[in-house]
Design a binder for this molecule. Structure first.
Ligand code: PFF
Length: 464
């Protein structure tokens, strides 16, 4: 058993599987894994790049259909088997044991580069706390910072070591408690910044860009990007929610928990877009090419917003501290997954395993960081190294994992078994019919269609 959450003793001893104290505890713990850099850093730059309102609309539709179905499935598999991703698939059908491997590989790819971005956030805390907020608002500040060979790696190391310390000491519970306080503050602060941002002169065009869908801009690639983002943001398609589900009480309402996690996660992403995208318009003077800034968007635009705000440098510091916590709770859940799988498999001790995983993360994170500077000539598939890792996990492996999960639930376990798990203790599954059709037909066909058409388009076979 993995003593990931809700145990008195988190040090890796085998114990009876514990559970969350109740539904609120479950929803908050799952939300603290879900809400992270995906919402605040990744969502806005993808939305900006892929047509604003078009991306937003596709994302929302996918969230209430695909996202809902896959999250129900993962949590139900976890609760039913009481096992994490490696054991759960195997326990139900041996032929699907490879899903455990797939679910392991994805966090292994994500954790290093996620922590590189976590390092950027940590650096920006230092920038704002030491009163250099004005410098950070200047053009070129961010790009010249990430191009440096040494400093970004040091901040990345700070972030990954902090993550590792929490994982090694098994004090996630404390951190999760803290994030319960931080999360509402983050939401409130995001709201304040978003209101400030959308009331700037010239923000109107940006608000329209972000909210108004333009279906001409819809391509296979947009849909794939939205789908990958959805899984990433909700910590789906990598087994995390299976593990969380295995700690969920039978008496808790699974369906409404899923709806609450999704709502919270989407709200944070939506607000992040509202903070950043209209501001890009204001500061670029309506130049649409600024929308394609990619992974740097949050770090380039928000400092400009803070620089014009009364008390902005203080708000900037508070903002980056909160983002840091959101990122930390997510990176902890990523690293914990890898550590607990290795501990189970090889019967290793927690501390040693964490040290090993940290060394691995540093080794793979360094090239991701250097890819913005001295290794910028290395361009796998035409992308910088960090974006390449991001692409492989989010746009390739996660859709594959989600597809296999749908097939597994729809045809091996059968929707009735999942529905029965949702309907424990006389609770009714309100979207039972909808779920069954989604998981057997719409989701698997949709995911494969999106994946194939987008790969074909990038190979130049055809596009739409
Ligand atoms: N959902 C997190 C985010 O949006 O930042 C990223 C993530 C965390 C993915 C933990 C997977 C995971 F296990």
């Amino acid at each position: 058993n993995k003593d990931r959450i809700g145990l008195e003793d988190d040090m890796g001893e085998t114990k009876k599987r514990a559970s969350f104290s109740g539904k609120v505890g479950f929803v908050l713990a799952a939300a603290s894994s879900a809400v992270g850099l995906g919402n605040i850093w990744r969502f806005p730059y993808l939305a900006a790049e892929y047509g604003g309102g078009t991306f937003l609309l596709i994302y929302l539709i996918l969230a209430v259909t695909f996202g809902f179905s896959v999250m129900i499935t993962e949590i139900a598999i976890g609760r039913k088997t009481g096992l994490s991703v490696v054991g759960a698939f195997k326990a139900i059908d041996k032929r699907f044991a490879f899903c455990g491997l797939l679910g392991t590989v994805i966090p292994v790819i994500i954790t290093p580069y996620y922590s590189v971005i976590g390092g950027w956030v940590t650096k920006y805390i230092a920038v704002f706390v030491t009163g250099q907020g004005h410098a950070a608002a200047q053009d070129g500040y961010f790009s010249s910072y990430i191009a440096e060979p040494v400093q970004p790696i040091l901040w990345f190391a700070v972030f990954i070591v902090l993550t590792a310390v929490v994982v090694a000491l098994g004090v996630e519970k404390g951190i999760e408690k803290a994030s319960v306080i931080m999360m509402p503050i983050l939401l409130l602060l995001s709201l304040v910044i978003a209101i400030y941002s959308i009331t700037r002169p010239g923000a109107g065009a940006g608000i329209i860009y972000y909210l108004k869908p333009d279906l001409h801009k819809m391509t296979g690639k947009t849909v794939l990007a939205a789908l990958g983002q959805l899984f990433y943001s909700m910590s789906l398609a990598m087994g995390i929610m299976i593990t969380y589900g295995s700690y969920m009480k039978k008496t808790d309402n699974l369906e409404s928990s899923v709806r609450q996690i999704e709502f919270f996660d989407t709200l944070v992403a939506f607000l992040a877009g509202l903070m950043i995208i209209p501001a890009v318009y204001v500061f670029s003077g309506g130049d649409e090419s600024a929308m394609g800034a990619g992974p740097g968007l949050m770090f380039i635009t928000l400092p400009k917003v803070f620089d014009t705000m009364t008390g902005g440098h203080f708000i900037g510091a508070a903002f980056f501290i909160l983002v840091f916590f959101a990122a930390l709770t997510s990176s902890i859940s990523l690293m914990e997954t890898i550590v607990s799988i290795l501990m189970d498999k090889f019967k290793w001790k927690r501390r040693g395993t964490t040290v090993l995983v940290t060394i691995y993360c540093i080794a793979v994170g360094i090239p991701s960081s250097l890819g913005f500077g001295i290794w910028s000539g290395v361009k796998p598939l035409g992308m910088d190294i960090l974006t390449f890792f991001d692409f492989i996990s989010n746009s390739v492996l996660m859709p594959i994992m989600a597809f296999v999960t749908c097939i597994f639930a729809g045809y091996i376990m059968k929707p009735a078994a999942i529905c029965e798990e949702v309907e424990q203790e006389g609770v009714k599954f309100r979207f039972r019919k909808f779920y069954s059709v989604m998981i057997r037909f719409v989701a698997p066909i949709g995911i494969i269609g999106i994946l194939v058409s987008s790969v074909a388009a990038s190979l130049g076979v055809f596009s739409w």
